[in-house]
Every structure is written in C-alpha cells, then in structure tokens.
Design a protein around this ligand. Structure first.
Ligand code: ATP
Length: 480
C-alpha cells in the first residue's frame, strides 16, 4: 500500500473508533426526548437529531466494515469457532478437564487462552497418560500444536530433579527462540522449571552440566551437547519432541542428527512428533522410528484452513506481479504481509521496489547470520516493519498474529521443479492463525507456474479462485 493509502486506512480506523465511542455515549446519555411531553421539537433540534442519526448510521456502517474487515477483536469469533465441531479449534473440554497442573492453568489463562483447540484436547490426554505413550500428530497450521507439546513437557517435568528431562528439537534457530519464549510464558507460574537453549552462539564452558529441566535446540547443537560436549546425559531424558517433524525427517542433515539423538535416549523415553504436514513417505518413516505410536492424522481435504481465502492472479512478468501487488495494497487494508520469493535475488529486487513505493519493508534470506534473521523477525513481530519479503527460510512455524496476507510472489517448487505442496501449506499458514481470517494470493506468470498451481489445487482438492487485480472493486470485496 502506498503511504497515502496506508494513512487513509489508519485515519478511517481512528474515525471509526471515535464514532464507536460516540455511539456508546448516544446510547447511554441519550438526546433530549421532546416527544415524551408532546412538545414539538424546535427545527434546529430536529436538524441536530437528524445529524446525529446520520452520524450514528455512518458510525454503524464503519463499525460493520471494521467487523467485516476483521480489524476489531476476534475473541468472540474464536469462541464461535471453538463451538463448531467442524473447526480445528473445536473442543468440548476445558483446560481444567484436561487435568493440567494449577501452575500451568494459570499460565495458559494468563496467555489469554480460554479453551483448548481440537489438537490440544485430543493430544494432551494421550501425552499425559501413564505409562507414557508415543504420538505422531498432525494438525493444521496455527491451531495450537506448539502449545500442546509445551504443556506436555511442562507437565512431565519433575522440578525437584535438576537435570534435563525434556528435549525439544526444532529445525531453525528462529523457531527455537520462538518456542522457547512460549515455554517461558506458559511456565511463568512454575518458576522451579527452567529452560536451556541449545543453539549456535550459546556457548557453555567445557565440563558444565546443564541443570535446566528442559532443553530446546536445533538438531546439530543438541547432538553436540549430548555427545561430544556431554553437557547433559541423554539417558535421563523422559520426553523427546520433534517439532516440524516432517522436515526433520525429510532433510538429510536434520534426519541424521535427530536419529543419532534418538538412539542415545532411553527405550522408555516418550516420543512426540508434530507437524502440519506429513508427506506419505515421511509419514511411513515416522511410524518406523516411533515405537507403537498413537496417531492423529488429517484427511487431505482437512489440511487447508477454510479461514484462509486463496486466490491467484495472472501476470506476464515480475514487473506486472509488482503492479498487481501495489493494486492489492491500494484496495485493501493489510495489517502485515509476508511475501515469498523463490530466490534471494528476486526478494532483494522486490524489497527495493516496495521501499521505493513507501512501504516499511524487511528482508530475510538464508545467507544472513542466524542472529540477524532472528532480529529481523523480532522487528517484524513488533510491527516495526509491515512487510516481510523472504525466501523459504521462514515458511514454517513463525507465529505473527497480525499477518493478514501471504503473497506467493513465486509459487513453491522443490529442487526438481515440482510443486512443493507442503511448503505451500506452511507458507499460507503464516496467516489465519488460530481462527483469524487470512488471505493468500498466488502470482502466476507462466504456463509452468500455472501447472504448479494446478498441482496444488488437485492435491488439496481445493479451488483457488482467479482474482483480477486491475479491478479494484473486486479486490476490495476479497478484503471484506
Ligand atoms: N487454546 C488456545 N486459545 C487461544 N489461542 C491459542 C490457543 N492455543 C494456541 N493459541 C495461539 O494460536 C497461535 C498459533 O498457535 P501455535 O503456534 O501453537 O500453532 P501451531 O499449530 O504450532 O502452528 P504451525 O503449524 O504454524 O507451527 C499462537 O499465537 C498461540 O498463542
């Protein structure tokens, strides 16, 4: 969006907020009611009331627009979804009924969670059962998987034992930091439990023994900590979590590290594998390495979220894609957006064009130092930049509530040039988090990319609708 359009949208929001305030005052204080004593209103009073009626109607319409454009609090929407059996946020049980410890109940409520989601309701009893049971679980992006396995880890820790008992391995530095923060938040009322980060740069002195009960880290560093450096004894670990399990299995390096870690764990250690996607071969592999697992698996057509609307636009080249993007920004209010490109070069070019157009843009790519990448995500999460242009580096897991639009400037393909359906799902899942509405727009600029889009539609059995970005009215409609 141009700075002007952005300013206009903000003004409109503020005006609406003030009008909503006025509406309230009118309702509680009321205007004089001359009809009640039969007196005829003076002409200027009638004018005034008519004026106020008009104002109220305008305010009401703005309020409606705000509700439709999802700019107001979505709590009630989440509550509605949590009572709809077809929603992945549905639950019949409360957190109390899941028998969480009081310290953890305190933690989840302090985070603003009212009820568990479907995956939390289903997975937690399996994860907390005695004797411990293994689990391979799939649930749509943004439906609370992370919270589920964190609650399981925190529940299993014995705070009296000062050594690592739970081990969580995540594929990237950024995800480790993000998940670590959630562990700290949820465990806020359980101060006896502490956490160590096994990530590059967190150097411990030789010979140190980690006393924290939970370790979260990337696979290579975790392996170093328990094998070469012997910072902790893997034989004492009781819970092992593999987050984004499919990528941990499918990526050779991650798989080697994870399997080597797993071999060092005791036989009775509980194994928990979570992801939003499990390609068939990966799923089979997971079932081979996890003994006797409980399984929560989605049907193909359940994998996409109805709350994320998916569109595509036809363009001829990257310049036209950029124009389409500007048109979208000109027509709808976008809180924050993530734009995915295939190469660093395109991402750099696009970030430059967007900044020239007045946007606050951040760019993220694989060659940046991990600390630098984490800092970029932090700034984006704090809303300092409204647009994040990136390659695939943060397609997975990153949770930024305000992302209302995801743009696939280039469609995701694997190294053989085939449609990368899993990455597609993870990318669009950066919006529409926990019941929010989201918009995903795919830019198609060749027969090749049209084929990729078709493969994606067929795979998920979900129609992706064409959008004409020259027609501003049409774009406006999809923003509602
Ligand atoms: N029961 C709940 N009530 C309200 N909000 C919740 C609940 N559980 C999780 N959330 C919030 O929903 C958002 C998404 O949750 P989370 O990151 O756990 O999803 P996920 O399934 O792990 O996503 P992804 O597949 O992208 O990794 C987070 O901001 C989290 O704080």
């Amino acid at each position: 969006m141009s700075t002007d359009a952005w300013a206009l949208a903000v003004d409109e929001q503020e005006a609406a907020a003030q009008s909503i305030g006025r509406l309230k005052i009118t309702a509680t204080e009321g205007v004089p009611k001359p009809e009640e004593n039969g007196a005829i209103r003076p002409a200027e009073d009638v004018d005034k009331v008519e004026e106020e009626d008009k104002e109220d109607r305008a305010a009401q319409s703005l309020l409606n627009k705000l509700i439709h454009t999802n700019l107001v609090n979505t709590t009630s929407r989440v509550e509605v979804l949590q009572r709809d059996p077809n929603s992945p946020l549905y639950s019949v049980k409360s957190f109390e009924e899941l028998r969480l410890k009081p310290q953890l109940l305190h933690g989840v409520y302090a985070m603003g969670f009212n009820r568990p989601s479907k995956i939390q309701e289903n997975a937690l009893p399996m994860m907390l059962a005695e004797p411990p049971q293994n689990l391979i679980a799939q649930s749509q992006s943004g439906t609370g998987k992370t919270a589920a396995f964190i609650l399981a880890m925190l529940s299993h820790v014995d705070p009296a034992q000062n050594w690592p008992q739970c081990l969580c391995v995540s594929p990237t530095f950024e995800l480790v930091l993000q998940t670590g923060k959630v562990i700290e938040q949820m465990g806020n009322f359980y101060p006896e439990i502490t956490l160590a980060y096994a990530i590059r740069g967190n150097k411990l002195e030789r010979g140190v023994k980690v006393q924290d009960q939970i370790i979260i880290g990337t696979p290579g560093t975790v392996l170093d900590w328990c094998s070469k450096l012997k910072f902790f004894d893997p034989r004492k670990v009781r819970v092992f979590v593999l987050d984004e399990a499919d990528v941990m299995i499918a990526t050779q390096g991650h798989q080697d590290h994870s399997v080597r870690i797993q071999r060092m764990l005791p036989k009775q250690c509980q194994m928990l594998l979570f992801s939003a996607t499990f390609e068939e071969t990966v799923w089979r592999f997971a079932q081979r390495i996890v003994p006797d697992p409980n399984v929560i698996k989605l049907k193909r057509e359940e994998e996409t979220l109805d709350t994320i609307k998916q569109y595509y636009v036809l363009c001829r080249n990257k310049e036209e894609k950029f124009t389409s993007l500007c048109n979208i920004y000109g027509a709808i209010t976008i809180a924050q957006a993530m734009i995915f490109c295939h190469t660093r070069k395109t991402a750099g070019w696009l970030a430059g064009e967007l900044s020239r157009d007045g946007h606050q843009v951040a760019q993220l790519s694989g060659e940046m130092a991990v600390e630098q990448r984490a800092a970029v995500i932090d700034r984006f999460r704090d809303g300092k930049e409204k647009v994040l242009v990136t390659t695939n580096v943060c397609a997975r897991g990153i949770d930024v509530e305000q992302v209302s639009v995801v743009i696939n400037f280039d469609l995701p393909v694997d190294k053989d040039g085939n449609a990368d359906k899993e990455t597609y799902l993870h990318r669009i899942g950066r919006t529409g988090r926990f019941g929010k509405r989201g918009l995903a727009v795919n830019m198609v600029d060749s027969e090749f990319s049209m084929n990729i889009l078709n493969r994606i539609q067929e795979h998920f059995n979900k129609k992706i609708v064409r959008l004409d970005t020259d027609d501003l009215d049409e774009i406006e409609k999809i923003g509602n």
